[in-house]
Design a protein around this ligand. Structure first.
Ligand code: C5P
Length: 241
């Protein structure tokens, strides 16, 4: 079937959906890191991220967090509502790691006394720079109310997912969310969009601190596929072989 390709990202493709206002989100095995400087393939990643993101979005919906997710269509595709993506990456951190450790010299693994929410501008050419609330409202990437809503939702997602992962022996170190605007009868709503998966989260085994996420690819730690499988297995969504 020939479908209109709406957008192609690094790890996903968005196709025109079967009904107006819907899109099909296709999960690829491609992986990139360091703003596209490192490229590779993680075999089976698309299938696993499709399942993991479906599961997490459905659990979030069940506690009243609105998302773009409608239903999974097949191994690599899910139906989502078409939204206008807000050009920000909202990162929540519970433990120091990654760019926070690097930028501020805080040792990776240091527990943060309280969760931190950060905003990055989605702009490949600029390397997704860290931006403040003042930048965001000044340049109108989001209004003060939108920003407040995104922050509240991000913290709610953090509380819920921290507990959910803890229940399966995993520490939710940090993660990235994207939000979109959805119009319904002239009413605008902000909903969670994109995906939540080991591509967008740091997930460490609670006992061993073993990394079970995309850092295994970024840092050439090996056993990348196995890490994604382990997350799916612990969440109870590992597809049958
Ligand atoms: O690299 P950094 O430490 O800022 O990443 C914080 C979190 O956001 C990590 O879980 C990482 O996987 C995620 N992230 C992402 N996409 C980006 C940048 C970061 O999913 N473009």
């Amino acid at each position: 079937m020939r479908r209109k390709r709406i957008y192609e990202g690094k790890a996903k493709v968005l196709f025109e959906g079967p009904e107006p206002g819907t899109l099909v989100q296709y999960f690829k095995d491609d992986a990139t890191a360091f703003n596209n400087q490192k490229k590779g393939t993680i075999t089976g990643k698309g299938v696993l991220n499709n399942r993991i993101s479906e599961y997490l979005m459905m659990r979030l919906e069940s506690i009243g967090v609105p998302t773009h997710f409608v239903r999974r269509l097949n191994m690599r595709e899910q139906l989502v509502r078409e939204v206008e993506i807000i050009p920000l990456e909202v990162v929540v951190r519970n433990v120091a790691a990654g760019s926070l450790s690097k930028r501020l010299g805080i040792e990776e693994g240091t527990a943060l006394p309280r969760s931190i929410v950060e905003y990055y501008l989605k702009n490949d050419a600029l390397g997704d720079p860290l931006v403040t609330e003042e930048h965001i409202t000044c340049f109108n990437w989001a209004g003060p109310q939108d920003l407040d809503e995104m922050m509240q939702m991000a913290l709610r997602v953090n509380d819920f997912l921290t507990g959910l992962f803890l229940g399966v022996g995993i520490k939710l170190v940090d993660f990235k969310l994207e939000f979109g605007r959805l119009w319904e009868e002239d009413q605008m709503r902000i909903v969670l969009a994109d995906e939540i998966s080991p591509d967008s989260c740091r997930l460490w085994d609670i006992k061993t601190n073993e990394k079970l996420d995309k850092d295994r690819f970024r840092r050439d730690l090996g056993k990348v596929e196995e890490a994604y499988q382990e997350i799916a297995r612990r969440l109870g969504v590992l597809p049958e072989a």
